[in-house]
Design a protein around this ligand. Structure first.
Ligand code: CA
Length: 230
């Protein structure tokens, strides 16, 4: 990897901005800062950051609107920072093209992990995908459509398999209910969010050691689901 990774941080709270700046710089990232959405737009054009972090509540227009505007011309990852209780806004931001979100308060470990996942997904575009996905006790061979848990083959229905492979393709990232329904059942199928709950419960039964305490098939309350890697 040549050169530093540049992050644009759009955040109006001085304390939060200080925390982000200090943590990111100490981990080798170059940080560009904006305290309004308008300034964020300008600096995004000027610096072409590798990744953008934006707060949802900003003084001029909000992070959701900023995400929409950025998505008109850039496909760089966007991470949204939100307060607890802003589930609806998080979902809107994700559906508008944000890659992931962090809920305040969050630790530096979580922040760095999300940044790594987001960057990995952009860097992987265009590269040949490994047909075998391994995670803990799981081994999924995408070329053979074969799922094994601790070496034993598990039978999945076509929709369960589609749901699992959608999560695998986006491993580590949150997917909203709407994204998952569209991927698995198609845009026009009129599928309902409760389908997802049912299929996710079935997948957990088949793949998780303890389906009541899933390690990898994680519910993001009010938002969607995530395939957790660690
Ligand atoms: Ca704010």
């Amino acid at each position: 990897m040549t050169g530093q990774i540049t992050l644009l941080v759009v955040e109006d709270e001085p304390q939060m901005l200080r925390f982000l700046r200090a943590s990111l710089q100490s981990h080798g990232y170059r940080v560009v800062e904006a305290i309004t959405a308008e300034e964020g737009m300008r600096l995004a054009t000027l610096h072409q950051p590798d990744i953008i972090l934006t707060d949802l509540g900003l003084p001029d227009f909000d992070g959701l609107e900023l995400t929409r505007k950025l998505r008109e011309w850039t496909d760089r990852p966007i991470l949204v920072i939100s307060a607890r209780g802003q589930e609806e806004d998080k979902v809107k931001a994700l559906d508008a093209g944000a890659d992931d979100y962090l809920t305040k308060p969050f630790g530096i470990g979580e922040l760095l992990a999300r940044i790594r996942v987001a960057l990995r997904h952009t860097q992987r575009t265009g590269e040949a995908e490994d047909p075998v996905f391994e995670l803990g006790r799981w081994r999924v061979d995408l070329s053979k459509r074969e799922v094994r848990v601790e070496g034993l083959e598990v039978h999945l229905t076509p929709n369960e398999y589609k749901l699992l492979t959608t999560l695998i393709r986006n491993a580590g990232k949150v997917l909203t209910h709407r994204m998952l329904l569209k991927e698995v059942w198609g845009a026009s199928a009129g599928a309902q969010p409760h389908y997802l709950r049912v299929y996710m419960a079935q997948l957990r039964q088949k793949l998780e050691e303890d389906s009541a305490r899933p390690k990898h098939l994680i519910t993001e309350p009010g938002v969607g689901y995530r395939l957790k890697l660690e």
